[in-house]
Design a protein around this ligand. Structure first.
Ligand SMILES: [Fe+2]
Length: 326
């Protein structure tokens, strides 16, 4: 099996995926989508950025929308367990010959900016400014009533290399997809926080951000946002679903923001905290892998993603064909 045994004593401790930063061309259009439609809360609005959070989140932001001349993914951020873990992480990445810098990031403490083995930019930090938890302020909940960030999913040109890299720093695998003959790893779902994933990798031209996954309380919140989007000018922004994934068992809807960045509304996966949790294998050609109800994903889902600034995108090393909707 291409999945490694988990590293239960990693070189530093990552708590969870924390946030994504996205470059967007029109902050007003982005606000209409993320805040007025989806129901994100605005923690801070500056002249060139919006800092958003879900209704249960106590950290300042889980989505940063930064004004940009072109759509870009800017960062995938992870919270670590202590300031000392930041130093341990910097040492580990430096020893691998990977970039190490500590840029000043608004509303965050010391932040390590580095990149993984494929060049995917990743940030690690411990402290972030606090924000009020709005979970029980029901009167202000809107749209999909997004509670929190759940995961990031990225295209990688080498799923096996990405898996091996994150396995080494303590991410544990919950589910994976292989080619039918078992000769290639096509996708992998890996976690730190105890559900199906904090980070997933999909075979494709990369590294690119595929989507940010955000948690809703129930599938009814996702059905409701379908009705809201369909009647508020965002019909064309609904890309895939709603549906039930075979992988992860999650109820989902994929939407595209005004710049094409993809957001997955996601709920109903399961607990994976046991250290001896056995990963689930899926065959790439299993029709229930993508959607338990058998509906394949559209072509755009396999091809379109958000590039990172200055990061070269490479074709995948694995040539394999998923099931694609006509
Ligand atoms: Fe996802």
């Amino acid at each position: 099996m291409p999945i490694r045994q988990p590293s239960l004593t990693p070189p530093f401790t990552v708590v969870r995926v924390s946030h994504v930063a996205l470059g967007v061309r029109d902050l007003a259009a982005s606000r209409a989508f993320y805040v007025d439609c989806l129901g994100y809360l605005v923690t801070e609005a500056t002249a060139d950025a919006l800092y958003l959070r879900g209704i249960e989140e106590r950290n300042h932001h889980s989505v940063v929308l930064q004004k940009s001349p072109e759509p870009l993914a800017l960062a995938v951020g992870f919270k670590v367990a202590s300031e000392e873990d930041l130093d341990r992480a910097a040492f580990w990445f430096g020893r691998k010959g990977l970039p190490v810098s500590f840029p000043d990031i608004p509303f965050q403490g010391r932040t390590l900016r580095t990149a993984d083995v494929t060049g995917l930019p990743v940030d690690f930090y411990f402290r972030m400014d606090a924000a009020e938890c709005m979970l029980q302020r029901y009167a202000v909940h809107r749209g999909a009533r997004i509670q929190r960030i759940d995961h990031a999913n990225c295209f990688t040109p080498d799923v096996q290399a990405s898996h091996d890299f994150y396995n080494d720093i303590g991410f544990r695998t919950t589910e994976y997809t292989e080619t039918e003959d078992g000769t290639g790893l096509w996708a992998v779902w890996m976690h730190r926080k105890g559900n199906v994933h904090d980070l997933a990798f999909t075979n494709g031209s990369g590294p690119r951000l595929h989507h940010v996954g955000v948690w809703t309380s129930t599938p009814l919140d996702i059905l409701n946002i379908c009705d809201v989007m369909a009647t508020s000018g965002f019909l064309a922004n609904m890309e895939r679903g709603p549906g039930r994934h075979g992988i992860s068992n999650a109820f989902f809807l994929y939407v595209r923001d005004p710049d094409g960045h993809r957001v997955e509304l996601f709920t109903s996966d399961y607990l994976t905290a046991d250290p001896d949790h056995v990963p689930i294998r899926w065959s790439l050609r299993d029709p229930q892998r993508q959607t338990l109800w058998g509906h394949p994903a559209p072509k755009s889902w396999f091809e379109e993603g958000s590039a990172f600034p200055g990061v070269g995108v490479r074709a995948p090393v694995l040539a394999a064909q998923p099931i694609v909707a006509r």
